[in-house]
Design a binder for this molecule. Structure first.
Ligand code: HEM
Length: 148
């Protein structure tokens, strides 16, 4: 009985260990830009939930400030995907990334103005445009995740 249990435990360990190793590998390398994006993402998700509610505008403005701070810091960084491109294409890639990120900072400013003017419907619309910019920005500048 004891031997059977030990064999069972061994078999479980053999199955579980590679799954754990795979899990660790699944999370892509953390980058400084990725960290800024994660912080921006948390504020953005909260804003999407509460933007229509004008009683939350003070908190929404604080979250907009977080997004502005992270987006401005992102302007100074370069996407990791740059390293995968031919040397001749790298400078243009970074210029394009910065131009799109600058446009995104402009959207954050419009969002700030909408909340300050208590124009919550407008804020909701701007957040929709920002979600589109997020999608496009990731399509063009984010390194594709490796398939597991
Ligand atoms: C609402 C707006 C946005 C949100 C919430 C957002 C969120 C995120 C998140 C959660 C990640 C993954 C971070 C990680 O790997 O830990 C990411 C990565 C990335 N995002 Fe965004 N993003 C937004 C807009 C944008 C825009 C507008 C651009 C480009 C103009 C952009 C460019 C990138 C790039 C290049 C990466 C990969 C990081 C790297 O290369 O180091 N994102 N973003």
């Amino acid at each position: 009985m004891k031997i059977r249990l030990s064999l069972l435990a061994l078999a479980c360990a053999l199955v579980v260990a590679p799954i754990q190793a795979q899990d660790k590998g699944a999370k892509e390398v953390e980058t400084e830009l990725g960290e800024k994006m994660d912080k921006m993402g948390a504020a953005f998700r909260a804003l999407r939930r509460q933007a229509a509610d004008s009683t939350k505008n003070a908190d929404s403005l604080a979250k907009v400030a977080t997004m502005r701070e992270q987006a401005q810091a992102s302007l100074k960084l370069e996407p990791i995907k740059k390293a995968d491109l031919p040397a001749a294409e790298q400078a243009a890639f970074v210029t394009n990334y910065r131009a799109e990120m600058k446009k995104f900072v402009g959207m954050i400013e419009s969002l700030d103005a909408a909340f300050k003017a208590n124009k919550n419907e407008e804020a909701v619309k701007i957040l929709g445009t920002m979600a589109d910019a997020q999608k496009a920005g990731h399509k063009d500048f984010q390194k594709k995740k490796k398939k597991a």
